[in-house]
Design a protein around this ligand. Structure first.
Ligand code: C5P
Length: 218
């Protein structure tokens, strides 16, 4: 039997990362934080000062970048042997990531890198198109969302806790912009996968959401 895959898609700040990590740990499964792959490419683009209109060079960077992931609860990411973990979570990185994520050729290059995470005994994959494009045959699919206001508040708290400067108004605007771009792009837009369990986490605790998702798997 092929190993199980749980996909958790949804907009930024819905709690996908937290929920995915806990479940992956509990089940002893692998974890794919697909957003961090787009974010790593964004860092490569920023570091090389590549113009965001220069799609050919961005695709080249995607083809050449070598990523190393380790850990689940504390995820460490190396880009071409350099530890970029501390830079992954910033709003600048997220904004650029969502701009390069609209390029179909970039998505095509990153597809295999994501599928490589699917290994026994199982995988929890978090992102925007895990259940629709990357792992369409996944046994378990979840669409996790929350109101934009609540997501902005959570992101704000997260950034402050990580020691970043954070402005709630700016974050709200950034989230709205990213939501719009992610859900309206032509290739692999953010949509609920067919058969996915819809979970609205606006008024739920992390524990409640985890319980609900685990019911699907058990
Ligand atoms: O999830 P995270 O906020 O880290 O993702 C950063 C950006 O990467 C998203 O706004 C989205 O544009 C892009 N992304 C994507 N497909 C995924 C994961 C992330 O397009 N599966």
């Amino acid at each position: 039997m092929k190993h199980p895959i749980l996909t958790i898609d949804g907009p930024s700040g819905a709690g996908k990362g937290t929920v995915s990590r806990v479940i992956a740990n509990q089940k002893g499964w692998h974890y794919l934080d697909s957003g961090s792959i787009y974010r790593a490419l964004a860092i490569a683009v920023l570091d090389q000062a590549v113009d965001l209109e220069n799609k050919v060079e961005i695709v080249h960077l995607a083809q050449r970048m070598v990523l190393e992931f380790s850990g689940i609860e504390v995820l460490t990411v190396k880009l071409n042997t350099v530890d970029i973990t501390a830079r992954l979570g910033t709003e600048t990185t997220g904004g650029v990531a969502s701009q390069i994520a609209v390029i179909p050729e970039v998505r095509a290059v990153l597809l295999q890198k994501q599928r490589d995470f699917s290994q026994a005994p199982g995988l929890v994959a978090d992102g925007r198109d895990m259940g629709t494009v990357v792992f369409p045959d996944a046994a378990y699919k979840v669409f996790l969302t929350a109101s934009a206001e609540k997501r902005a508040l959570r992101r704000h708290k997260q950034l402050i806790e990580k020691g970043f400067n954070a402005n709630l108004e700016q974050i709200t605007r950034g989230i709205e912009e990213r939501d719009l771009r992610d859900s309206q792009r032509a290739t692999a837009p953010l949509v609920q996968a067919e058969g996915a369990l819809y979970v609205d986490s606006t008024d739920k605790t992390v524990e409640q959401v985890i319980k609900e998702v685990l019911l699907l798997i058990l």
